[in-house]
Design a protein around this ligand. Structure first.
Ligand code: SF4
Length: 188
């Protein structure tokens, strides 16, 4: 069906901010998303996202490629099938990464996981009804929601070009997650 390829790179958060942070520009993209202002792990935020990231010296960027085999690309062959299969696969793989990163946080106290997308712990986020998050200790933000250009990061830091396709499954889908830490960790 598919294989997973992971690529990691550790860089200083200062460098990441200088090269890839543009909160205003990225938030304008977020405003066009149906999740804007509807999920607590999505903008608008009531805190300074640059300051949040600067609390940490290092970030491990993790690129996860979901590489589809030929048969799957042939069989998942309508727009509806492609959408459903892509969403289900991404959610399944994203949860696996998220669970691993949360365990890693306990090994490196004070570190924070970066989620590969919005929080999807609850079926419907409480933000829709303007109620507090029911799992505040588990909210983790994505790079894009914090104001980073993820396309550029995956391409320039990890060497992975994002692939898009609506009529067929692309060769692969890419998720970008990460780990903010003040520890010097060689690999994740
Ligand atoms: S844990 Fe639930 S309430 Fe909190 S941000 Fe995630 S989806 Fe929303």
């Amino acid at each position: 069906m598919y294989t997973i390829k992971t690529t990691n790179k550790s860089i200083k958060t200062d460098k990441l901010i200088k090269k890839y942070y543009d909160r205003e520009k990225i938030e304008n993209y977020c405003k066009q998303c149906e999740n804007y202002n509807k999920i607590w792990s999505c903008p608008p935020y009531g805190f300074n996202t640059e300051k949040y990231v600067r609390e940490f010296e290092n970030i491990h960027i993790i690129g996860t490629q979901i590489i589809f085999d030929k048969t799957t690309i042939e069989e998942v062959n309508t727009k509806e099938k492609i959408k459903k299969f892509s969403i289900e696969t991404i959610l399944k793989e994203r949860k696996k990464i998220f669970d691993k990163l949360i365990i890693l946080e306990s090994k490196f106290p004070g570190s924070k996981a970066i989620n590969a997308g919005n929080c999807s712990i609850c079926k419907k986020c409480t933000r829709i009804n303007n109620k507090k998050c029911i799992n505040e200790n588990l909210i983790r933000y994505s790079l894009e929601s914090l104001g980073f250009d993820v396309g550029k990061i995956t391409s320039e830091v990890l060497g992975i070009d994002l692939k898009w396709s609506s009529d067929t499954l692309p060769e692969y889908l890419t998720m970008a997650s990460g780990f903010l830490t003040n520890y010097n960790i060689d690999y994740i």
